[in-house]
Design a protein around this ligand. Structure first.
Ligand code: FES
Length: 507
């Protein structure tokens, strides 16, 4: 029986990590002699949705999570459930045509419907609430964007209207309202899927890192786990792969605050700024909180402390905040052409599937990915399989972005290795902080703990050799190239790296 508070991939706690109930009768061992129908790597919303569907289809499955279910982005999401997405329907149509945009809208709606039907079927108490979603423009350029968003949404049949009264203190010029949006407690939902999965005979292996898959006699072999098919539900699949060049990792920030007024908006509210802000409320453990988030940036590229400081400044400018209860960040992946990659993984053996590139829409896209992957494993047709195929031919527009993201990673690889200029010495390192330093000509990722001990690591990312940067808010070493993250002792928190940073001994 698991009763612990859920852990996640950073030092900051999200409100979801408070004990959301326990999973009983967990099966935590597998049989090396059994050939499972499917090995699912990763126990977030994608992995557990796929695993539960497969198990209900009569398949014998096993989930291997490098940590514990919910440790990754599902434990740090702000849990919006929308009928619209970061890739607007207008952008989707420009890149993938009218049919592609319609399929994208249908997939989002179906992902949302899957969450709702799971909540009904499994009687999940996860604070699910339906609310209107407002998107507002503060200037002429944003108003033009809003008009495109409106037209794109109407074309694919998504209900949207121009709004008169947006429940925001921010002065705005124009706004849209999308009725029927929703929010929930992601880890209460995940725990319930986990419970349903083990009750259906599923196996969850915790702290089980899958480093690689080999083929033996027509079977996929991951260590001592044998399976007919494999699903990577890890966002970025491990090691060097095509997605290192097709998805860019981003960090997103959230604070949860109490207001003096006690009046919290009963809506999901978004601005059109770049990077954007959003606001919603949630009752956590009996107290209502205002969640204010956004200010996303590429992982390892900007100072997370600065992002939090700016977010707090923004929050205090518009809301009369009495206290800040939580602040946390999480990671997501932006696909180069705007659509997620879900399906057979390119350049690997048949029957190895993956799902990544959800942008900031992981709840709906992770859910529909679970359904698509489950259908693919079962050999069933799925109408989204082609449009989200990781092997799809990218639209022309996508190449611009592709080149940009790719060039960025290449820049970090070259410049980080050969132009390392950090000259700070270890003795200036304050307790509780980390920094890249150079000691006797040797580059070190150094962290000084509260007792004064130095945790010294080789800063070369074990994925493809970029130099990691310190994330002072989550107390992690974040790689600017493809988003791998490590804790203060070099242990992998987030892939695609599968090996820890090397420790440097005090000599
Ligand atoms: Fe690819 Fe670090 S994540 S080099």
């Amino acid at each position: 029986m698991i009763t612990n508070k859920i852990s996640r991939d950073g030092a900051n706690e999200s409100p979801w990590q408070e004990e959301p109930g326990s999973v009983k009768s967990v099966s935590n061992s597998h049989s090396p002699a059994t050939v499972y129908d499917c090995l699912i790597v990763g126990g977030g919303i994608t992995g557990l949705t796929a695993a539960l569907l497969l198990q209900k289809e009569g398949k014998q499955t096993v989930i291997a999570d490098a940590h514990t279910p919910g440790f990754g982005t599902t434990g740090g999401t702000s849990a919006h459930i929308n009928t619209f997405a970061d890739t607007t329907y207008a952008e989707a149509e420009a890149a993938f045509g009218a049919e592609g945009a319609q399929l994208f809208a249908d997939a989002i709606k179906e992902g949302m419907g899957l969450i709702k039907s799971n909540i009904e079927n499994y009687k999940i108490d996860c604070d699910y609430e339906s609310k209107p979603g407002y998107l507002y423009a503060e200037n002429d350029d944003e108003a033009k964007e809003l008009a495109d968003i409106y037209e794109g949404a109407v074309k694919v049949g998504v209900t949207v209207q121009y709004a008169r009264d947006v429940p925001t203190p921010v002065p705005y010029r124009q706004a849209l309202v999308f009725e029927g949006q929703a929010q929930f407690h992601p880890l209460k939902y995940l725990k319930a899927l986990h419970q349903a999965y083990v009750e259906a005979g599923g196996i969850v292996l915790e702290n089980k890192l899958i480093e690689s898959i080999v083929q033996e006699n027509g079977v996929h072999l991951a260590g001592d786990i044998r399976a007919k098919s494999v699903v990577y539900a890890t966002h970025m699949p491990p090691n060097i792969n095509v997605f290192n060049f097709e998805c860019a990792p981003y960090r997103s920030y959230v604070i949860a605050a109490k207001l003096h007024s006690g009046k919290y908006p009963e809506a999901l509210i978004y601005d059109c700024q770049e990077p954007y802000h959003y606001v919603r409320s949630h009752n956590v453990e009996g107290q209502t909180l205002l969640l204010i988030g956004g200010l996303d940036h590429k992982t390892g590229h900007e100072d997370p402390e600065k992002a939090f400081a700016e977010l707090e400044k923004y929050a205090r400018k518009y809301y009369n905040i009495s206290s800040i209860k939580y602040r946390w960040s999480s990671q997501y992946y932006v696909p180069v052409d705007g659509f997620p990659y879900i399906g057979q993984m390119p350049f690997t053996a048949d029957g190895i599937y993956c799902a990544t590139g959800y942008n900031g829409n992981g709840m709906m896209l992770g859910s529909i990915a679970g359904k698509i992957l489950s259908d693919l494993v079962c050999g069933k047709e799925n109408k989204y399989a082609d449009v989200f195929s990781p092997s799809r031919v990218k639209p022309i527009d996508g190449f611009t972005e592709f080149a940009k993201e790719n060039a960025d990673a290449a820049y970090h690889f070259v410049s980080d290795r050969f132009n390392f200029r950090e000259t700070d010495s270890l003795n200036r390192l304050q307790p509780g902080t980390g920094k890249l330093v150079e000691v006797d000509g040797r580059k070190i990722a150094a962290y000084r703990d509260d007792e004064g001990n130095i945790h010294a690591l080789n800063p070369v990312c074990t994925h493809a050799g970029c130099i990691v940067n310190w994330n002072g808010t989550e107390k992690s070493w974040d790689c600017p190239c493809h988003g791998a993250r490590y804790d203060i002792d070099g242990n992998v928190l987030t892939g695609p790296a599968t090996h820890n940073l090397k420790k440097i001994k005090n000599e």
